[in-house]
Design a binder for this molecule. Structure first.
Ligand code: PLP
Length: 426
């Protein structure tokens, strides 16, 4: 775009988590294909982010383009109140088939945060007639569930800056993030706090809300699946629902179709979003089991009180069907396993650098945790100069690969990270 428009963007348009008086630099993307972002000066960057976990198939994907184009020729949007359409029904059926266990009922929403709001509402409505004291949630330190108020109230208090909105936020219970790591031997002590808080406060707690196995935006942390099994068992025992937020982990990201499968558990409510449309449109869903569905529909309210304007948008649901077809027709499990092997090969050696605290890899996720918080603008510039798109935050330099990433790209991404470590830019 011309320099006038660029200046307007800088002065008038908020970018995520930024200031308008001290804006961070941005880069102009004019197009994208495969796993490359094309900048306005013609440079092509290897994408390491999948555009915040969403673009699992990369960009400008023929099958997805075709699906959107075909749907545009029919109907791009229609209200969902009193109207049904094929894409929504097909997508719901697919989700029910793919989701773990008996999550048979689907509510479509328009973004991840909104799906979390709906999940919280489901839990509250489920108990509203039965146990009137159950009006709070139990969540994990280091968790992230979105930026709307309900979602923020179950997100790590520091990570979502509860202090800014203190007087307006609901108070919930938090326990520390599970101390036992994904690949450590299981340490039963790491479920003690969970058990203690539940046994003391279960009469107030409607649901435990968590990201299964991989905590994303709250720290890129991988915890032991046995913790999830404990959560499931304690929730059932104490009559507390379990909400698994699979918005970041869903659709193969961790090496399982859903991260709950690492523990072989089924939550009562599950949220999905991000990769559901292959990153083409914003769409999310909250799924629940029959117990929750009946509790809501046979309760005094009798209905689930939510209905976004763009609920089950036809373009979004159509492209989500195409994205799931593409995922399932390919060998996603082998692909993600292969990405994991290469990520380990190229990223684990970076742990030798003094400014690195730890390197961890799971599925298509690679994380380099630095000892000190990084300067985002400095690193971003260095990465672009190295021909890659990696957006670090806090002490985390991480990649979240599109599944079409080739070995040589993973090597280049690792080399770019090595470059900033070696040149002491962190
Ligand atoms: C990104 C994310 C959300 C919020 O989704 P939005 O589409 O950004 O509203 C919720 N939960 C998890 C686990 C996420 O990673």
């Amino acid at each position: 775009m011309n320099s006038e428009l660029t200046q307007f963007d800088l002065e008038h348009v908020w970018h995520p988590y930024t200031s308008l008086t001290k804006p961070l630099p941005t880069y102009e993307v004019v197009s994208a294909h495969d796993n490359y972002l094309v900048l306005d000066d013609g440079r092509e960057l290897i994408d390491g982010m999948s555009s915040w976990w969403a673009c699992i198939h990369g960009y400008n994907v023929k099958e997805l383009n075709d699906a959107v184009t075909e749907q545009i020729g029919k109907v791009s949007h229609v209200m969902f109140g009193g109207i049904r359409h094929e894409s929504a029904a097909r997508l719901a059926k697919k989700l029910v088939e793919l989701a773990p266990g008996d999550l048979d009922y689907v509510f479509f929403a328009d973004s991840g945060s909104v799906a979390v709001e709906v999940a919280l509402k489901m839990a509250l409505q489920y108990f509203s007639d039965k146990v009137k004291t159950k009006t709070k949630f139990l969540a994990l330190g280091g968790g992230y569930h979105g930026d709307t108020f309900g979602a923020m109230s179950v997100t790590d208090p520091e990570g979502s800056m509860h202090s800014i909105y203190r007087d307006f936020l609901s108070k919930n219970y938090f326990i520390s993030r599970p101390s036992c790591r994904f690949d450590e031997p299981w340490n039963p002590d790491s479920a003690d706090e969970l058990f203690n808080v539940l046994s003391e406060h279960h009469e107030e707690i409607a649901a435990v809300v968590l990201e299964p196995v991989v905590q994303g935006a709250g720290g890129m942390y991988f915890y032991h699946p046995e913790f999830l099994r404990r959560v499931r068992a304690y929730c059932s025992y104490f009559n507390v629902l379990l909400i698994a937020d699979e918005i970041a982990t869903g659709f193969g990201r961790t090496g399982k179709l859903f991260a709950c499968s690492w523990a072989g558990i089924t939550p009562d409510i599950m949220t999905v979003g991000k990769a559901i449309t292959g990153g083409y449109m914003t769409l999310s869903a909250a799924l629940c089991n029959e117990k929750v569905m009946k509790g809501i529909c046979e309760g005094s309210a009798g209905v689930l009180m939510h209905g976004p304007t763009f609920m089950a948008n036809p373009l979004a649901t159509r492209v989500a069907c195409a994205s799931l077809d593409l995922l399932l027709s390919g060998n996603w499990r082998e692909t993600v396993n292969h990405l994991e092997i290469r990520l380990k090969e190229y990223f684990l050696p970076l742990a030798a650098y003094e400014n690195v605290e730890e390197v961890r890899v799971l599925g298509s996720i690679g994380v380099v945790q630095t000892r000190k918080p990084v300067n985002m603008a400095v690193l971003q510039k260095a990465f672009v100069e190295q021909g890659v798109w990696i957006r670090p935050f806090g002490r985390l330099i991480y990649v979240m690969l599109p599944y079409v990433t080739k070995d040589e790209h993973i090597r280049k991404l690792a080399e770019a990270v090595e470059y900033v470590l070696k040149n002491n830019l962190v």
